[in-house]
Ligand binder design. Structure first.
Ligand SMILES: Nc1ncnc2c1ncn2[C@@H]1O[C@H](COP(=O)(O)OP(=O)(O)OP(=O)(O)O)[C@@H](O)[C@H]1O
Ligand SMILES: [Mg+2]
Length: 666
């Protein structure tokens, strides 16, 4: 099997890909630049092209999430124009400057005609200097207004980009979690960063340059018709040809741009995914495999961009050619007229200058059409976000009131049903009642639905049947903000923001004092390790908190939740990654914290939940056993089995033993 090998295949040094045939010439050329790959592959397991192809190296078009709903150019323009509204005076100023600048452009051909026919032809030498000065003044004013226009334009442009980006970001924050479950972060980033820029361009450049160009075409056509109607008709002879070209381009270009934007998104999404999984890439030594996957996406983008450019490379010169034909025709017919007498040389030259001013904006309009089609494709992607339904969109949004505070913390689930995907029920017939201040523990095999169950309470996902109430208020009848204010969550996968430890803990309550923050950190048993760091609370944690151990991250996220001080607490495997001695310390702190709060504790380690008021055993999305530790052991069911496997008594003894070890002076 022969395969084309590209230089990119060699960037990582020696590689052995059996089955690849490299011509001696290629191998020779590569030898100079790359470490040669011609190492014999080790026997045994081999990575062949075939085996690699089983792990899809996908192009851009395999993932439907990179696409957007098609929209008409008109719709995109109309929607974008809304962003222009606050700056209408800037837009007017911009347009005014453009028109003035254009007006002064028209002076030159007229004065040239005067110089040739009157000053030179009729020998009116005394007019030469004033005419030249007037011309100079006209150019000066043209460029002054142009400079002013560019400045206004830049401000307008940046303001609109700023507003649009903020609108998209604000919207993103308010979209429901299932929306993000379905999308790639890299795709969303591309939409916020690249697509917003591209959309905005139609607006500023499109409206201003477009209307100026249209206006100058009309004005110049008028001038041409006045100067010489016959020549004017000759000049516009190529227009039908231009119209056909424009029509073809307009009807087809957006498809190419759409594919190109999708390819860009797909590449960015892969990059983002890869950067987040860089440790996995390295540990499985998949750098080369990742190179190929990236190459496939980058290649799709290259092809997409080339397709766009290829069409432009045909369209744009074809349109210039049509314009060129017009110029030649005019010179031909005009030249004859000069020879036969009815036209002066000066008039012909002025006509040709104006003709240039006629075709130039037409070619600018072609450029704008290109931009418009690009913006249409980008706009579809931006407006997809702006049009997505925010959490709990709907008519009853306004009817919701904040939950009555103070919240006692009585939580009741009644026959709750939930499915992420309609075909597969994850929770079925979940009924539970947590009285204020109670600790409810959830145990059960992995994947049984414990995290899902608690994520329904802050309405991260909306249950599909039954009801959930807090203090008797249905959680659907209260505002999301007030609902979530009542709930502190330590999630299963601790996540820290890229910033300092202080910022991360204060995220729980932005106005907390230094003392309150440290108290929370002490309770979560992370104060000590933080103060031991070089920069203490100002130490940076890295992206997602990578510079901390998982146990440290968990403790910081517990501190954050403690600081929030909400009446309902959800701890989803909050102490799963800390050692048992530390866990016991945190447990004690949490127990103090849980007094007077309703808490839901998920744990695999049964020692964590022994003291719970109720223990619910979940299996396959149903509550199969409920009771307290003793009653469940007596029941001798799943819980008792889990307890036997974990041998909790041993762990408890271990605790005491560890305490002795810790306390003993070394
Ligand atoms: N965002 C999601 N989209 C679709 N399905 C999901 C999603 N999150 C979880 N699931 C599925 O729902 C089921 C329950 O998942 P859940 O996370 O609630 O389990 P769990 O009991 O918390 O397990 P673990 O003990 O491993 O944390 C699993 O089968 C899982 O595949
Ligand atoms: Mg879970």
């Amino acid at each position: 099997m022969a395969t084309t090998l590209r230089p990119a295949d060699f960037v990582n040094g020696p590689v052995a890909v059996p089955g690849l045939r490299i011509s001696p010439r290629v191998a020779f050329k590569m030898a100079g630049r790359y470490t040669l790959p011609l190492v014999p592959a080790p026997p045994g397991r081999q990575v062949t092209q075939e085996s690699m192809s089983r792990h899809a190296i996908q192009g851009a078009h395999t993932d439907p999430t990179f696409t957007a709903k098609p929209r008409s150019t008109w719709e995109v323009v109309r929607r974008v124009a809304v962003f222009l509204r606050p700056y209408r005076w800037m837009a007017v100023g911009n347009m005014g400057c453009a028109l003035l600048s254009l007006g002064f452009t028209f002076v030159y051909p007229k004065l040239t005609q005067f110089v040739i026919d009157d000053v030179i032809g009729l020998g009116k030498a005394e007019y030469l200097t004033p005419v030249i000065l007037a011309m100079f003044a006209a150019f000066l004013l043209r460029d002054l207004f142009n400079s002013l226009r560019i400045r206004i334009n830049n401000h307008l442009e940046q303001n609109v980009i700023y507003d649009m980006r903020r609108a998209v970001y604000a919207k993103l924050q308010r979209l429901p979690i299932p929306y993000f479950d379905q999308r790639a972060s890299g795709d969303l980033m591309t939409r916020v960063i690249e697509d917003v820029n591209s959309v905005e361009r139609i607006l500023i450049d499109g409206t201003e340059q477009g209307s100026v160009a249209v206006l100058s075409v009309i004005v110049v056509l008028g001038i041409l018709l006045v100067i010489n109607p016959l020549l004017a008709l000759v000049a516009i002879a190529p227009l039908p040809l231009l119209a056909v070209g424009v029509l073809w381009y307009t009807l087809t270009a957006h498809r190419r741009y759409r594919a190109q934007r999708e390819a860009a998104s797909a590449m960015n999404a892969l990059l983002m995914d890869n950067l987040q999984g860089i440790r996995q890439v390295k540990s499985f030594v998949r750098e080369r495999h990742e190179d190929r996957r990236f190459a496939a996406r980058a290649d799709a983008l290259r092809h997409g961009t080339l397709r766009v450019m290829r069409a432009w490379a045909t369209y744009s010169p074809a349109m210039s050619l049509a314009a060129g034909c017009g110029m030649v025709l005019v010179l031909w017919v005009g030249g004859n007229q000069v020879l036969q007498g009815p036209l002066t040389v000066g008039e012909l030259i002025a006509f040709l200058f104006y003709l240039f001013l006629f075709y130039e904006p037409i070619s600018r309009l072609h450029g704008l059409n290109q931009m418009l089609q690009a913006a249409r494709a980008a706009g579809e992607r931006v407006f997809d976000i702006l049009d997505a339904d925010i959490e709990r969109a709907g008519a009853d949004q306004a009817a919701r009131l904040p939950i009555t505070t103070p919240v006692r913390g009585e939580v009741r689930y009644e026959k709750v049903r939930f499915a992420y995907d309609p075909n597969r029920t994850v929770l079925e017939d979940i009924s539970l009642e947590a009285r204020p201040g109670e600790m409810v523990a959830l145990v059960g095999p992995t994947g049984s639905g414990k995290s899902t169950l608690v994520s329904l309470l802050p309405a991260f996902y909306e249950y599909s049947g039954g009801s959930i109430t807090i203090d008797g208020h249905n959680i659907r009848a209260v505002t999301l903000e007030s609902l979530r204010d009542q709930i502190s969550i330590v999630s299963q996968e601790p996540f820290l923001f890229n910033g300092t430890l202080r910022e991360n803990i204060l995220f729980g309550r932005l106005d907390a004092t230094e003392e309150e923050m440290m108290d929370a950190a002490r309770a979560a048993n992370c104060h000590d390790f933080i103060t031991r760091l070089d920069h203490g609370y100002d130490s940076r944690v890295g992206e997602r908190g990578v510079k901390l151990s998982v146990g440290e991250k968990q403790r910081v996220s517990i501190a954050r939740a403690i600081l929030k001080n909400a009446p309902i607490l959800i701890l989803d495997e909050a102490t799963a990654s800390v050692d048992t001695a530390t866990e016991k310390l945190i447990q004690e702190a949490l127990e103090r914290l849980m007094v007077g709060r309703t808490s839901f504790v998920i744990a695999h380690r049964l020692s964590t939940i022994r003291k719970a008021d109720q223990i619910l055993v979940i299996r396959h999305g149903r509550i199969v056993e409920r009771g307290n530790h003793e009653s469940l052991l007596a029941l001798n069911g799943l819980y008792a089995r889990l307890a036997r496997i974990q041998n909790t008594t041993f762990i408890e003894e271990g605790f005491e033993h560890l305490d002795e070890l810790v306390d003993r002076p070394s």
